[in-house]
Design a protein around this ligand. Sequence first.
Ligand code: C5P
Length: 347
Amino acid sequence: MPDAPAPADRRLAPVIRLAPAKLNLTLAVGGRRADGFHDLHSVMVTLGLADRLSLAPASGPADTLAVAGFDAGPTDQNLVLRAVAEVRSLLGRSVATPPLAMRLEKRIPVAAGLAGGSSDAAAAIDGSLEAWGADAALDAPSLDELRRHAATRVGSDVPFFLAGGAALVTGRGENVEALPPLRGRRPGLLLITPDAPLPTPAVFAAFDAAPAAQPRDPRSTRASSEHLAAEWRAGLSGDALVTRAGVLASANDLAEAADVVLPGLRALRRGLLRTTRKPVGLSGSGPTLWVLYASPSEAEAAVEVVRAAIDDGTIVAPGAGPPIVVATTIHLASTAPTAEAPQEGSA
Ligand code: C5P
């Protein structure tokens, strides 16, 4: 009989994680808390559109990160590096944590309201634990606790991505109630991201300070969010979700604040509404706008229509260049695949 592989052998192959984008189907925002954050009530889903992270133990003196694809800003400030450092410090001496050589392929637009950076961080937390063999050395409850602890320290959106799928997210983002998968067919989704990054803190600051940035009806957003969560818990189909698109498109308390910080976003939204004849929502703090379709193929067909309308000036978008327009899906499978899934939205 051949010898069983030594435990360290499995660490030689890089660990691969897909880090999906998210969409806030609802986003109710409460007042500013003493810690500077806001209490949220948000139904969130992971999407087919995903970054790809690989991690492998290396012999160099420190963690390294190479980034390809969309420009993610200064690499030394990337949340992936912060997440790995956080996990290493939480593990202490319980497991050997040699430097990691990492590669990140950015396919999710950056500072776009799709939480790509937070998803990359969640993938780095989970992936580094596997690369270091901590998943074999620690029991499951300790690992879960460590993952959650690291995630909360790295960013408000990170805990959601540890499980992904669909969830009701409350508190600052740390309370994550998993929701069941949508029944029936998966809806398609069109994402339009202006070439104008919108930093989340700027949108929350406008929300706190600018009278014009106040949500038109915050109580109705919260009610819509609670109603959607209740329907989802009871078992919601993809088709039923699509029929609720009108309500969802107006259930984001940051929409007015995003319009204040990025003049031109409102005009883009109007142009999309005219062209698609469908409700247009804002994802998170923006500036990505979304349109729901009954199927992925309908969303893909809409990509061409919207791109043509941008080219001929029917749709005017803020930003230095034309917006990124992609079709993807609401993706409710586990978000910690060890194998590659087919990529969507990379058009
Ligand atoms: O936690 P994270 O660093 O991702 O948050 C980015 C910014 O978004 C915070 O600095 C804060 O301005 C704002 N935020 C908030 N309330 C939340 C989440 C984020 O005010 N629940």
